[in-house]
Design a protein around this ligand. Sequence first.
Ligand SMILES: Cc1cc2nc3c(=O)[nH]c(=O)nc-3n(C[C@H](O)[C@H](O)[C@H](O)COP(=O)(O)O)c2cc1C
Length: 195
Amino acid sequence: MEFFYASRDGQSRKIATHIADRLAERGIVARPVDLAEGQPEPAQLAQAPLVVAVLAVRYGRHLPEAVAFIDTFRKLKNPPPLALASVNLTARKPGKDTAEGSAYLRKLISGNGLKPVLATAFAGRLNYPSYGFLDRHIIRFIMLLTGGPTDLTTVVEYTDWNKVDAFAEQIAKLCEPVATEAPSPSGAPPTVAPS
Ligand SMILES: Cc1cc2nc3c(=O)[nH]c(=O)nc-3n(C[C@H](O)[C@H](O)[C@H](O)COP(=O)(O)O)c2cc1C
């Protein structure tokens, strides 16, 4: 498996690390790699049995390194299965945390002709004191429009960790070896495809 994330303020990295920890508990080794530190080669992606990406949103779109990564992925002739998670504050709203309900995911998926096997959006973290003056006031304006907290001392982690666990569980299921034949009547074990 190849596992990537794009993060500015650390919440997507935290989510990716959490998923990796859950996978490790099931004996699946996957180290999340920061896309800001380097982009994977197309061949690296093409050979992967599964690609997982946790990508943060800023200013209405996924981070530039996430967009660059998706651009490489979408050009693959035979792309591997893709498990996609978008991290943003809009996803704190019910219904805005699914592939259909999240405008960011819809745009990313349909705009790039992706067919992810898993796609979800996780609510991120609001941390007014850590933002610069302009960002703080832009986010405050968005919060004003969307009924969120406007007190500039607010720090809230909206991430639903049960939802992150469920996503990790679905990824783990995708990593299970696939039985290619039904068990024989003799009770012999089925043939298992190599992982
Ligand atoms: C400057 C800035 C712009 C943001 N723009 C958006 C946005 O357009 N839509 C949204 O839903 N969330 C937006 N967010 C919220 C982030 O997606 C959220 O804080 C997330 O946790 C960031 O992920 P990261 O910590 O991995 O960078 C923005 C946050 C910041 C600081």
